[in-house]
Design a protein around this ligand. Structure first.
Ligand SMILES: [Zn+2]
Length: 352
């Protein structure tokens, strides 16, 4: 297995052995918010239609401290492209996304990761669906290897049996594998396994990193991490969505917003989650707590902005380039502590 970057620097496993690795995610949500991609099918056509926007977001995440440029190939798989009638564009989207990630990574000594995800056509126990899904993983992994990635992430998968298909495809290509599961309202996989059992099976299958991404916010993902960490000796990953999920509403799809009567579908997911967004301090707290548990592949998924990624980096004691602009309230017009702030204004702060 290869574990050096194309440029000859330390690869994923070497970096993880030395300390935590940060991976910014959430490209779909952020590019949708910026107005270059439509919510719904969520196919990353922006890769072809607005490559500069995708490249910009890679660079913003790099600036904020991400160690990994994850190719924006989430949902760029055969089933999704078939669904929107654009199968012809499948390979071009994948290769372009991989090149955009690679170009950005080279600007900042970051790793480049290929990305495969939930197929949405996997049926547990159906060999025909397994064969089809494996073929989908194989073709995406093939393009990723071709375009020179350092490792491959399989993510947002709810069945361990489907995740194992992705893992086999990645291992067959000789690449380090990060396998992240998405856990819904019940804290089990869709094939009924506990988090500990799921992690163990993935480690036994050869995964280098096992963990969770998407679906759950920091508050409801954190309690699931300890049992996974205890069950395996490989590295563990955690990339929550940037939303305030709760015990009663543990996934971002299950969040309800009774304070708003204007939601067209009656629920905030996916494009009206703004009032639930976690702030940078909450992400910082999560990153610190997860790292203390022994989780060393850290990031943020849907809803993430660069400020969240900087918070992860700072929680780990780093100062990425964006930290130059971290808050400094000392000279704020009202709340500032500097002698230069007039006391009449400081006194007025309680009236603001
Ligand atoms: Zn997500």
């Amino acid at each position: 297995m290869t574990d050096a970057t194309v440029a000859g620097g330390p690869g994923l496993l070497e970096r993880l052995a030395a300390g935590p690795v940060i991976c910014a995610e959430g490209y779909l949500f952020e590019i949708e918010r910026r107005g270059y991609l439509s919510a719904g099918a969520y196919v990353p056509e922006a890769v072809l239609e607005h490559p500069d926007t995708v490249a910009r977001l890679h660079r913003d995440f790099l600036h904020a401290g991400s160690d990994v440029m994850l190719a924006f190939t989430y949902y760029a798989h055969r089933e999704k492209l078939r669904l929107i009638g654009k199968e012809d564009a499948l390979e071009e989207i994948n290769r372009t996304a991989l090149r955009l990630a690679r170009e950005a990574a080279l600007e900042g000594d970051a790793l480049v990761a290929g990305n495969v995800c939930n197929s949405n056509v996997f049926i547990d126990g159906d060999p025909e669906s397994a064969r089809m899904v494996r073929a989908m993983f194989d073709e995406q992994v093939g393009w990723a290897v071709d375009e020179g990635v350092d490792f491959i992430v399989a993510e947002t998968i709810s069945f361990v049996s489907e995740a194992l298909l992705a893992l086999e495809a990645i291992k067959a290509a000789g690449m380090p594998a990060v396998i992240n599961l998405a856990v819904h309202r019940e804290p089990i996989t869709r094939d009924g396994l506990s988090m500990a059992e799921a992690a163990k099976r993935l480690e036994d299958g050869g995964a280098d990193v096992v963990g969770l991404n998407c679906t759950r916010g920091p508050a409801t993902m954190l309690p699931l991490l300890g049992p996974m960490r205890d069950a395996v000796s490989c590295h563990v990953a955690a990339l929550p969505v940037a939303y305030r999920t709760t015990e009663e509403q543990p996934s971002f799809q299950s969040l309800e917003d009774p304070g708003c009567a204007c939601l067209p579908d009656g629920r905030p997911f996916p494009v009206a989650l703004d009032p639930f967004t976690v702030n940078r301090y909450e992400i910082e707290e999560f990153a610190r707590a997860a790292h203390a548990l022994g989780v060393n592949y850290l990031g943020v998924c849907c809803g993430a902005g660069p400020h969240h990624i900087r918070a992860v980096a700072e929680a780990l004691g780093r100062r990425p380039p964006a930290s130059r602009y971290s808050p400094d309230m000392s000279t704020h017009a009202f709340y500032g502590t500097s002698d230069k702030v007039p006391s009449a204004y400081k006194d007025f702060s309680k009236n603001l």
